[in-house]
Write a protein that binds this ligand. Structure first.
Ligand SMILES: *Cc1c(COP(=O)(O)O)cnc(C)c1O
Length: 389
């Protein structure tokens, strides 16, 4: 009867509060978790592979699950052998995990400016950042819109760099009819509650390259080698296992994998709902001079994770406060990564990526997730219209 209490609780606060993102759980999700709790395996059980199989159907690649999107990035950087002195080129229009996980390996971050139409790394500005220490380009699929992966791939081929895709926003998106998960050397996903589907906390690493995927996975599984084929020493017995390179425990437990299996079955439905909300805003907010609505390249089919709307009259902060006072809890994604003291106190300066900074100063993420009602949408649109009247 926990279900009932939960649902009722939901109804009590629901009408007063609209979030920019949130999970959408149903009875099958609750049932799936309950079933695992009564089973033999709370972790390292059959639900892990089951979720990986479901993810591969969506992203088109072999993958393994981890405990967060941050863990996924950490594993990806481990797989390419990132080391002190190496450099990564990436976008500042992202969550800090894209960079922090590379910094853990002693790498240096070079920020490339964005294409202001999509919020994604601008390939035309990447080449000038490459030098002999550059190891990889990490693209971020801002708002669910895939980055310009073919252009980035060309650059990576030319300079022999790895291409990593932080696809925390974009599981379920396609680029030139190819699913996100098949485009980069390593793709990372997040299943945080605001993302496209959830396991509470969780993530995955996907790759077509078996060697890279194995290296990433080993890092996320304590570096343990269990296959006798690869043993360096004679085993004392069948308990023998070896660590050749250190790793971490980034496992995702069966309890959460079961939630993921149940959730990912609705991913197409989630995508349709997100697209409908996107279209609703586009339809109802066109013609307001001070607003710039998000745009889309013709060759992508995004799973819209965010609805980034830009306020062109300098009143972004005021509009943000206005919406919060109406219990419309919008968000700003993102403060450019190098605005964090960790960068500013280490030689990075404001002004580095002018397009990203302008984007940041104007953008608001409007609510977009499966639990939003028609009534919510009408409220958001009419509040917006009265503000800009
Ligand atoms: C959410 C997110 C992450 C980190 O994922 P967690 O699951 O929260 O660790 C990384 N990059 C981007 C762009 C994200 O949005």
């Amino acid at each position: 009867m926990i279900l009932f209490v939960h649902d009722r609780h939901y109804f009590i606060w629901r009408p007063f509060l609209i979030q920019y993102g949130r999970q959408s759980l149903n009875r099958s999700d609750y049932r799936a978790i309950r079933k695992v709790l009564k089973s033999n395996w709370l972790t390292i059980g059959p639900k892990v592979e089951e979720l990986e199989l479901e993810i591969s159907k969506v992203c088109g690649s072999e993958n393994f699950v981890v405990s967060s999107g941050t863990a996924a990035l950490h594993c990806a950087y481990a797989a390419i052998g990132l080391a002190p002195g190496d450099e990564i080129i990436t976008s500042p229009m992202t969550f800090i995990a894209t960079q922090s996980t590379a910094l853990h390996f002693g790498a240096t971050i070079r920020f490339g400016d964005i294409d202001s139409r999509t919020g994604n790394l601008n390939p035309a500005l990447v080449e000038e950042l490459i030098n002999q220490n550059t190891k990889a380009i990490t693209a971020v699929d801002y708002a669910g819109h895939p980055a310009d992966m073919d252009s980035l791939r060309k650059i990576c081929n030319k300079y022999k760099l790895f291409l990593i895709e932080d696809a925390a926003h974009s599981i379920g998106s396609t680029y030139k009819n190819r699913p996100v998960g098949t485009l980069a050397d390593l793709t990372t996903f997040s299943f945080f509650p605001t993302k496209n589907f959830t396991t509470g906390e969780g993530g995955a690493v996907a790759s077509k390259d078996k060697v890279l995927l194995d290296a990433a996975k080993k890092f996320g599984r304590q570096g343990l080698v269990r296959d006798p084929k690869y043993f360096l020493y004679e085993p004392d017995g069948r308990w023998h296992q070896e660590v050749h390179k250190i790793g971490l425990n980034y496992r995702l437990p069966d309890i959460l994998c079961a939630l993921g299996v149940s959730q990912i079955k609705r991913i197409q439905k989630f995508k349709d709902i997100r697209r409908n909300i996107f279209d609703y805003y586009n339809l109802n907010l066109t013609g307001i001079d001070d607003l710039q609505l998000p745009s889309k390249e013709d060759f992508v089919d995004p799973m819209w994770h965010l609805y980034p709307i830009r306020i062109k009259n300098g009143r972004r902060n005021e509009f943000f406060e206005y919406l919060w006072n109406l219990n419309i809890f919008v968000q700003v994604n993102y403060v450019p990564a190098y605005f964090h003291p960790i960068f500013l106190e280490n030689g990075y300066q404001k002004g580095l990526c002018p397009e990203a900074e302008k984007f940041y100063s104007e953008v608001i993420s409007f609510p977009i997730h499966p639990k939003i009602t028609k009534k919510d949408l009408r409220k958001i649109v009419s509040a917006t219209k009265s503000f800009f009247r």
